[in-house]
Design a binder for this molecule. Structure first.
Ligand code: GLA
Length: 387
């Protein structure tokens, strides 16, 4: 079981003062960083995610009536659902859709839904590319499974939470965020192979270095259609390659010499195949070779910017400013792209100063964007307790 973060006590106290009764179940799910391996998850590739000390937390208790009452601390808003109407609801607001989708899908895991009071809170900035949505789904799903005393199976939760994104939000994401949030182990990174679905927690050794996430302030919430375009392009690229080379069953089977030309589909495949190689290199460099690891992060950024074309001016500016700081050995855009955060590998003793100067420099170019920073601790995955 992972250590209960402080935000869980906080949400329990908020529950008691708001609903005037004690919660029965507490649940939490962390955000994630991804060391490397971007846009590889839906292409049978490799990645290295890890959960971070930012969370969504919920406190839940059954009610005697048929209402499910969500009280969100962040939005200072109440959302009430009648259990009998759940199946027909099509809410407008996205956090409502996440909650409705998760409730519906939880039934397929065997949850019986009755009236409930739920207090929710979180400290993962929405749209920052740190997987606040996967954490939102997994915190509720984990809480419902706990309340129903259903035996815990991490893969079932991970796959069910992906279904919420696919079926209720229309986002055809891979499994990177869900695996990172649910399966992480404290102070380790997860080596994930999305083809075999093998997840191996891996110790790493980078004494004196920290992972720093810098949010550009440009939300990636509206980036879904561009994400979907990349998913479709990769499917088209695979069809083209399989027609030319019968040995190609997934993008993983493509060899460098198979990639001809420089058109859009060739560029997309080049990114995916090279990114998989960079993950393997990073796995070596993560054992005490920060300089080469950093170079690999810069190479990943360049590939995401030029070949996969999912970066944006704000992310490029943040990476270039970070690169000029002597404490930074590597920087790249992280997550889906078109906004959100960069990930930086930085000397720990200068980490705070790096954050201050990099953000100050960036804000000169983008004074209106609301940035934020996290010097990450790598934590264990989502969990829940019955009180
Ligand atoms: C988003 C998606 C993930 C993954 C990343 C890019 O975070 O939710 O499934 O595709 O983008 O690596």
């Amino acid at each position: 079981m992972s250590i209960k973060p402080a935000i869980v006590e906080h949400v329990a106290a908020r529950f008691s003062s708001h609903f005037q009764t004690k919660p029965k179940v507490l649940s939490w799910a962390p955000g994630r960083i991804n060391i490397i391996g971007e846009h590889t998850d839906y292409n049978d590739g490799l990645a290295l995610p890890a959960a971070i000390n930012r969370y969504v937390a919920m406190a839940i208790a059954p009610r005697d009536d048929n209402q499910i009452i969500f009280q969100s601390e962040n939005y200072d808003e109440v959302f009430v659902i009648d259990v009998d109407q759940l199946a027909t609801l099509k809410p407008e607001k996205s956090w409502h859709r996440y909650m409705v989708g998760t409730l519906c899908i939880s039934k397929d895991l065997g949850c019986q839904l009755g009236g409930m009071s739920i207090m929710l809170t979180g400290d993962i900035p929405a749209g920052s590319g740190l997987s606040s949505s996967a954490a939102l789904i997994l915190a509720l799903l984990g809480g419902l499974v706990e309340l129903n005393q259903i035996e815990f199976d991490a893969w079932k939760l991970v796959k069910a939470s992906q279904r919420v994104e696919h079926e209720y939000l229309g986002v055809k994401c891979g499994l990177l965020d869900q695996i990172g949030s649910q399966m992480s182990v404290a102070n380790q990174v997860l080596e994930v192979d999305f083809q075999s679905l093998q997840v191996s927690p891996t110790e790493y050794n980078l004494p004196g270095y920290s992972w720093v996430a810098l949010h550009t302030g440009k939300s990636r919430e509206l980036a879904e259609s561009a994400y979907q375009t990349r998913v479709t392009e990769c499917q088209q690229a695979l069809e083209r390659m399989s027609a030319l080379h019968p040995h190609v069953k997934t993008l993983r089977d493509i060899k460098d010499h198979d990639i001809q030309g420089d058109d859009t589909l060739a560029k997309r495949i080049r990114h995916v195949t090279q990114e998989n190689k960079r993950v393997k290199m990073a796995l070596e460099y993560i054992q005490n070779d920060p300089e080469n690891l950093g170079k690999t992060l810069y190479a990943s950024h360049q590939s995401l910017r030029d070949d996969y074309e999912v970066s944006c001016d704000e992310l490029n500016a943040m990476v270039e400013i970070a690169r000029r700081h002597k404490a930074c050995v590597g920087s790249r855009m992280m997550g889906g792209g078109f906004g959100g955060s960069t990930l930086n590998l930085v000397k720990t003793e200068n980490a705070q100063e790096f954050v201050d100067t990099t953000l100050a420099e960036y804000q000169k170019q983008y004074p209106d964007l609301k940035t934020s920073a996290l010097i990450a601790e790598l934590v264990g995955g989502a969990d829940s307790v019955t009180l």
